[in-house]
Design a protein around this ligand. Structure first.
Ligand SMILES: Cc1cc2nc3c(=O)[nH]c(=O)nc-3n(C[C@H](O)[C@H](O)[C@H](O)COP(=O)(O)O)c2cc1C
Length: 354
């Protein structure tokens, strides 16, 4: 389904992008258990993509069942966004999203992420470059071959295309009759204080298909509560400009999500942290520990299949969240932090499911 069509139905409930969390294994597990309306990749550096950083392409792996899927990029250099957006289009993403919300110092100290809220002229150049990349690709998908990417990058792109079941010879776009690629932005309320009137109006002047708004400032990081009254203000600005808006921040159930979308008049919302260890949040189900154990196994299998070269360690963090609330959680935690393989996870089956 095209992204723009998603918005013609009920509230859009999406999985929020989370760096180091929502990788291809996480998302595949998620969509197999309870499919969000939309998913995003973790954010990927536009400059890195433009400078042949082959390792970043692991973050752009996705399986076809995840569609619609949007690739998210961050950075500070408009030319890199132009190139990166063409690469994302060639990889068959249904949309390109710009991160203008990351509060991490390693990102903001370079003027990227949420720091762009205080750099509206640079933000404008980045938006225009990304839109041009998408438009140029849609006009002529063969433009990808004019980027003169290094052979090692073409090879890794071929690997990604195969994983996503896309014919390597025929660009994905060219194989479809009409498939508009969406353009969107994810941002925050402001840097130190909410500046929704100025900032959201600025973004809307470039007519993105939608904006995702996390109801905190950069300065807040993840502290305090998301301010949904500011999201509601932004929703009015967006709707006056014919731009859709997804609210984001502190949603902990599907019912709460729908309630907030109605109350604050957004077109939908994204759910992040509450989906960790709880993929059932998207179908409103309360899972048993038997089901949670099966989800852990599924997640671990997808992870080792997709990233055979990676260490098992990042999975432990997810497993700890799957068993949160378990009557033997503390004993299980001590075992989980030592896990190094699926076989070892299997030895915990009885302890988790009994
Ligand atoms: C570990 C972690 C990584 C994140 N990485 C990204 C990211 O790559 N891109 C992005 O736009 N937001 C990122 N976020 C922000 C989330 O998408 C979301 O806006 C935030 O967690 C608030 O939503 P929540 O309360 O539903 O978790 C990240 C958040 C966390 C906790």
């Amino acid at each position: 389904m095209e992204i723009v069509d998603l918005f013609s139905g009920n509230y859009v409930v999406a999985l929020s992008p989370m760096d180091g969390i929502t990788d291809a294994a996480f998302r595949k597990t998620q969509v197999e258990i309870a499919k969000p309306d939309l998913v995003f990749t973790e954010f990927v550096s536009a400059e890195g993509l433009a400078h042949n950083a082959v390792r970043l392409f692991d973050q752009l792996l996705y399986s076809p069942e995840e569609r619609p899927i949007i690739g998210q990029i961050f950075g500070k250099d408009p030319d890199s966004f132009y190139l990166a957006s063409i690469i994302l289009c060639h990889l068959g993403f249904d949309g390109v999203d710009i991160n203008m919300g990351c509060p991490a110092k390693k990102v903001t100290q370079h003027g990227a992420g949420a720091a762009l809220i205080d750099r509206p002229e640079v933000a404008a150049k980045i938006i225009l470059a990304t839109k041009k990349g998408i438009a140029d690709y849609q006009n002529n998908p063969k433009i990808f071959y004019k980027l003169n990417l290094k052979q090692k990058v073409l090879d890794i792109i071929e690997r990604n295309l195969k994983y996503s079941n896309i014919c390597v010879e025929t660009p994905y776009m060219a194989s479809l009759p009409i498939h508009p690629i969406s353009f969107s932005i994810k941002t925050r309320l402001g840097v130190s204080e909410p500046v929704v009137d100025r900032w959201i109006s600025h973004l809307c002047s470039f007519s993105p298909d939608f904006i995702t708004l996390h109801g905190r400032t950069l300065k807040q990081g993840y502290s305090g509560l998301a301010n949904w009254d500011e999201i509601a203000k932004a929703a009015i600005i967006c709707h006056n400009s014919n731009v859709k808006i997804l609210g984001n921040g502190d949603l902990t159930s599907l019912n709460m999500t729908r309630e907030y979308c109605a109350k604050y008049d957004t077109d939908g919302a994204t759910i992040g942290r509450a989906a960790m260890g709880n993929p059932w949040i998207f179908n409103n189900k309360t899972a048993s520990f038997q089901e949670k154990y099966q989800a852990m196994l599924k997640h671990a299998r997808h992870f080792t299949d997709i990233f055979p070269h990676r260490r098992f360690d990042p999975l432990r963090h997810h497993f700890l969240l799957y068993v949160s609330g378990h009557p033997n959680a503390s004993a299980l935690r001590q075992e989980i932090v030592k896990l190094t393989s699926i076989d070892q996870l299997c030895t915990l089956e009885a302890a988790i499911t009994d």
